[in-house]
Design a protein around this ligand. Structure first.
Ligand SMILES: Cc1cc2nc3c(=O)[nH]c(=O)nc-3n(C[C@H](O)[C@H](O)[C@H](O)COP(=O)(O)OP(=O)(O)OC[C@H]3O[C@@H](n4cnc5c(N)ncnc54)[C@H](O)[C@@H]3O)c2cc1C
Length: 298
């Protein structure tokens, strides 16, 4: 059961990298009520940058120092980062619902600033998405009550998803694609330490091809560090793996904006920060207009 929060924020920002943080400080200056959702470490990309020379005003600075400076700026403005990875976003007629495991958030507008991933789909994954392939156990787990499912996990997040599924499914096969040293205390989760090569099935998922073996299953949950943007929000237009935006950072879905690496090349800080600002200001305008319209019609 979802933990239903009734509050509808003006804006939900998904992603706490430079683009998301830039959107946040501009929403704050505009006095908007927003929520900033990110994963624990904002942001691994910047942390990995040994030396940054091309960000104006900060010559010869390490990525980590710049990251800490950005976060400190946000903290000083009273911006809090809610530690929630968003699994799905739905439009519900009048507002957007963002789902993170068993919590949901509501907002009139959304800024997607999730960065970009280089991970490739597994063969069969895209074709069978929605027909046995899922990215969210909380959203789709109930469909597999009494059945056999696999959790193919590239991240530690998969552990919790497997535990949740074990309450519903007959058997859960946990197949870590990273070094996993833990163990489960529930009997119906079996750990298989093999690489997954392929997801098989014509109309629905039927099995997985693993190294030297085949595993029959009814559904598979694929857990990655980043969910591809068009899988995050159904109907979001993408070009290859980048979200399509116009100069106002508007996507094809009214009320949804995107900024930063997730919108395309070059993957650079200054671009991410600039786009975050434009997205923040336009999300604020969108919500103001929407609220005025509601006041006029009531
Ligand atoms: C090694 C390296 C060196 C670099 N050097 C430079 C340089 O010198 N100069 C330069 O200009 N740029 C450099 N870059 C690029 C720069 O780091 C990126 O362009 C910048 O970080 C992009 O910001 P972003 O906010 O768009 O995305 P990211 O920084 O990737 O931030 C996205 C955030 O969103 C979070 N997120 C993702 N999905 C979700 C979800 N579903 N729910 C909640 N949160 C989510 C991620 O965890 C992450 O924290 C470098 C990058 C690397 C990797």
């Amino acid at each position: 059961m979802l933990d239903n929060k009734e509050k509808i924020y003006d804006t939900a920002i998904v992603g706490c990298g430079p683009a998301g943080l830039s959107a946040a400080i501009n929403l704050k200056i505009r006095n908007m009520e927003f929520i900033m959702l990110g994963v624990e470490f904002c942001t691994p990309k910047l942390y990995k940058a040994e030396n940054v020379d091309n960000y104006l005003g900060f010559y010869n600075i390490s990525g980590e120092e710049l990251r800490a400076t950005f976060l400190e700026h946000a903290r000083k403005m009273g911006i809090e980062i809610q530690n929630n990875k968003i699994d799905n976003i739905y439009f519900q007629g009048d507002y957007f619902t963002l789902i993170s495991r068993n919590i949901e958030f509501k907002a009139h507008s959304v800024i997607i600033a999730v960065g970009v991933s280089n991970e490739k789909y597994l063969p069969g994954e895209e074709k069978l998405l929605g027909s046995g392939v899922s990215y969210c156990a909380t959203c789709d787990g109930a469909l597999y009550r009494g059945r056999n499912v696999a959790v193919v996990s590239f991240t530690e997040d998969g552990v919790e998803e497997a535990e949740y599924l074990s309450e519903l499914a007959e058997n859960v096969f946990f197949i870590p694609q990273y070094e996993f040293n833990g163990k489960f205390l529930v009997n119906n989760i079996k750990v298989i330490n093999k690489k997954v090569q392929k997801i098989n099935g014509e109309l629905r998922v039927e099995s997985l091809t693993l190294e030297n073996s085949e595993l029959d299953i009814d559904g598979v949950f694929v857990l990655r560090e980043l969910t591809p943007p068009d899988k995050l929000l159904f109907g979001l237009e993408v070009d290859n793996k980048h979200i399509k935006v116009n100069e106002q950072m508007e996507t094809n879905i009214p009320g949804v904006f995107a900024a930063g690496d997730c919108t395309g090349l070059p993957y650079q800080l200054a671009r991410a920060v600039g786009q975050g600002q434009v997205a923040g200001l336009n999300a604020a305008n969108f919500v103001r207009k929407k609220k005025k319209l509601i006041t006029k019609t009531t």
